[in-house]
Design a protein around this ligand. Structure first.
Ligand code: MN
Length: 195
C-alpha cells in the first residue's frame, strides 16, 4: 500500500495529513483558509491522490505558517508513501491551460529537492491568502517530498487562474510521475539502481 499518515505539531500549527497515492482523488481539506483548501482540492482531484488534510494554524497572525507547514507535512507524506521509488515513472510534465492562462509544471521524483518558480502575480492577495505564499508552499513541498519541481507561468488572465493552474499542473504531473509503470514495476527508474 502506497499510503502515509503524518502528524506534525509546532507552536504555530497542528497538522494531520493522510494520503493514498493509488486513490481516486477523494479529498477532505480543513486548513481554515478557503482559497488554500480550494487549491488543495485541485491537487488531490487531478493527481488522483486521496488526501485528508487538517491544519489548525495561527491564522490570527496570517496564513504563512499554515500554508508552509501543510507543504512540509504533505511533502513528507508523499516521500514516505513513495518508499523506495520502485516502479514509478519518475519524470513528468504538464502544460495546463485555464482560459487565458497557461502554466507548466515539470518534475523529477529524484530524491534531490529543488524548486524553480517563475510566476509574477499582479495582486498581493487572493481572498485571504497572500499570493507570495504559493511559492512558500511549493518550496516546502518540493524539499520535503524530495522532488525537483519547475513551475513556470507563461501568461495569465487573472490571479485566481494563475494560482489554480499551478496546482492543477503539479497535480497532473504528479499523477503521471508517481504512477507505477507496468514495464518496470519492480525496478527503480535510475541507472544508479537507487534514488
Ligand atoms: Mn477556482
Amino acid at each position: 500500500m502506497r499510503t502515509a499518515t503524518i502528524a506534525r505539531q509546532t507552536n504555530e500549527t497542528e497538522i494531520s495529513v493522510s494520503i493514498d497515492l493509488d486513490g481516486t482523488g477523494t479529498h477532505k481539506m480543513k486548513t481554515g483558509v478557503g482559497f488554500f483548501d480550494h487549491m488543495l482540492d485541485q491537487l488531490s482531484r487531478h493527481s488522483l491522490i486521496d488526501m485528508d488534510i487538517t491544519c489548525k494554524g495561527d491564522l490570527h497572525i496570517d496564513a504563512h505558517h499554515t500554508v508552509e507547514d501543510v507543504g512540509i507535512a504533505l511533502g513528507q507524506a508523499i516521500s514516505q508513501a513513495i518508499g523506495d521509488k520502485k516502479g514509478i515513472r519518475r519524470y513528468a510534465s504538464c502544460d495546463l491551460p485555464m482560459d487565458g492562462t497557461l502554466t507548466r509544471a515539470a518534475l523529477d521524483v529524484s530524491g534531490r529537492p529543488f524548486l524553480v518558480f517563475k510566476a509574477a502575480f499582479s495582486q498581493g492577495k487572493i481572498g485571504e491568502i497572500d499570493t507570495e505564499l504559493f511559492r512558500e508552499f511549493f518550496q516546502a513541498f518540493a524539499i520535503n517530498a524530495g522532488i525537483t519541481l519547475h513551475i513556470e507561468n507563461f501568461y495569465f488572465d487573472n490571479n485566481h487562474h494563475l494560482a489554480e493552474s499551478m496546482f492543477k499542473a503539479v497535480a497532473r504531473a504528479l499523477r503521471d510521475a508517481l504512477e507505477i509503470d507496468p514495464r518496470q514495476a519492480d525496478r527503480v527508474p535510475s541507472t544508479k539502481g537507487t534514488l
